[in-house]
Design a protein around this ligand. Structure first.
Ligand SMILES: Cc1ncc(COP(=O)(O)O)c(C=O)c1O
Length: 475
């Protein structure tokens, strides 16, 4: 065996085993880290094992232990070992998953996984799909199909005629992630096409306002973008009524289900996505909540003709094989990694119940964490998790500036290395977001993290906005 491969496996296993004992945080001095990594590029190279050992040594300090169980920032999943291992095989096999002819196994595995996913996620059997880098590119793929269809319905071929002079598209949105807007921009549908529909107090789209907006310009080619699990509190739009209404107006419904779509796998949470199968396209990824390594987004489209028309490509050198699925007909890329293998391994290993268990476990831990933090003096719970996301803030004991104090407390918690949380702004307040998206977050982690937060609050945090403030412990 090549010694580098053997050593890499040892180093990777050792890294993963160290999560419980290592600090979560990584806050190196960027200059020191860069100086460590910035080696001379030699003319003749170096022994591979030396390169590997030095990479492992020099990069470690700048690795955020986001793959461990006490990381709650952004929405970042872990990696279940079998999918990491299948990802290693994918790298070793080094297949080009552009087409069946380049790798029959890669093509067939993606076809199998596409079917399994539609089943687990409760999506229509006839829907087509594409494996892409992440939810961002899943938006691009689903919205490209949308653009194709809604313009074709007005007699305009975007593939042939482009966008200049086409009927202007409008996109009605409620709560949305910025990757949706970037996907629209990439597709030549600028920000001005966005129409912000009113939101209800629970951060879901207001159906009556949507009805009004749809009625305002009934001739416009229209996309309605919905959220299955918004990034702050995990709110779910009312899919059934919105899809019925949008379809009455000839609009296309696109769903951002980056992480929230996975609740379809759970008997306990499936009601949240009721009616979602009526939408026209769905964007999600597996690198968040299915806990496969990064580079795993998936787009699904209910209208395979629109999907294929938007994505397919001709090449004089392509090798035709009768009766097979060529991936380049469905995704935005040509040469690419065989993304299906880690997904295949994860789904086979977990099974339906295992996926549901993973999802439910994260939701339970999120609930325990948020409500547990809420028991601490000075912690206000703003959003109890609907699924795996919750929001709290820290009340400034001086009562002057809860926003600055919340930011300061988060910084102090992260500095302990016991946990990592991200700040965000929600309803004009600075808040701490808690996202549990990793199967590694255990029941034991919950009291450990709450104790770390309590320790920070007991010790006292000075509010940077209050010059006269002293640490709580000294008051
Ligand atoms: C709701 C939502 N949509 C889309 C995205 C973008 O996903 P990706 O980073 O896989 O492109 C995220 C990322 O966190 C998200 O939370």
């Amino acid at each position: 065996m090549d010694p580098e491969l053997k050593r890499a496996a040892e180093l990777a296993a050792e890294y993963i085993e160290s999560f419980d004992t290592q600090k979560v945080t990584s806050e190196p001095d960027p200059e020191v880290l860069a100086a460590k990594l910035r080696k001379e590029l030699t003319a003749d190279g170096l022994p591979p094992l030396q390169v590997l050992e030095e990479l492992n040594r020099d990069a470690r300090e700048g690795l955020l232990n986001s793959a461990g169980g006490r990381f709650f920032g952004w929405v970042i999943g872990g990696g279940i070992p079998v999918s990491i291992a299948a990802d290693w095989l994918t790298a070793a096999w080094d297949q080009n998953a552009a087409a069946y002819a380049c790798s029959p196994s890669a093509a067939i595995v993606e076809e199998i996984v596409g079917g399994w996913l539609k089943d687990i996620l409760g999506l229509p059997e006839q829907a087509s799909y594409a494996f892409v880098t992440g939810c961002q590119m899943a938006h691009v793929t689903g919205l490209a199909a949308a653009r194709h269809r809604i313009l074709a319905d007005k007699g305009w071929s975007v593939s042939e005629q482009g966008l200049a002079g086409s009927p202007p598209i409008r996109v009605l949105v409620g709560t949305h992630h910025e990757t949706l807007v970037r996907a629209l921009r990439q597709l030549g549908i600028g920000r001005q096409a966005l129409v912000h529909v009113a939101k209800r107090d629970d951060d879901t789209i207001d159906v009556e306002d949507l009805r009004n907006q749809l009625g305002k310009s009934p001739e416009s080619p229209t996309i309605v973008a919905l959220a299955a699990g918004d990034l702050n509190r995990g709110a779910f739009d009312p899919f059934g009524p919105v899809c019925d209404l949008a379809h009455e107006h000839g609009a296309w419904v696109h769903v951002d289900g980056a992480f929230g779509l996975w609740v379809s796998s759970s008997d306990r949470f499936r009601h949240l996505v009721s009616g979602i199968e009526k939408a026209d396209s769905w964007a999600t990824d597996a690198h968040k909540w299915l806990n496969v390594p990064y580079d795993s987004g998936i787009a699904f489209v209910a209208d395979p003709v629109a999907h294929k028309s938007a994505m397919t490509i001709e090449a004089c050198y392509k090798v035709e094989v009768e009766g097979v699925r060529d991936q380049f007909e469905w995704g935005p890329e040509w040469s690419r990694r065989a993304r299906g293998f880690p997904l295949y391994a994860a789904l086979r290993s977990l099974g339906r119940n295992g996926v549901a268990h993973l999802i439910e476990g994260c939701c339970d831990r999120a609930h325990e964490l948020v409500t547990g933090l809420g028991q601490l003096p000075g912690v206000e719970v703003l959003a109890v998790p609907i699924i795996n996301q919750g929001l709290v803030r820290f009340l400034d004991p001086a009562g002057t500036d809860h926003d600055a104090y919340t930011d300061a407390v988060i910084t102090c918690i992260n500095a302990t290395g016991e946990a990592w949380f991200g700040p965000t702004t929600w309803n004009d307040m600075r808040v701490m977001r808690i996202s549990v998206t990793n199967f590694r977050t255990s029941q034991e982690d919950v009291p450990r993290v709450i104790a770390a937060v309590k320790g920070v609050l007991d010790q006292g945090v000075s509010n940077p906005s209050d010059r006269s403030s002293t640490p709580l412990s000294k008051k």
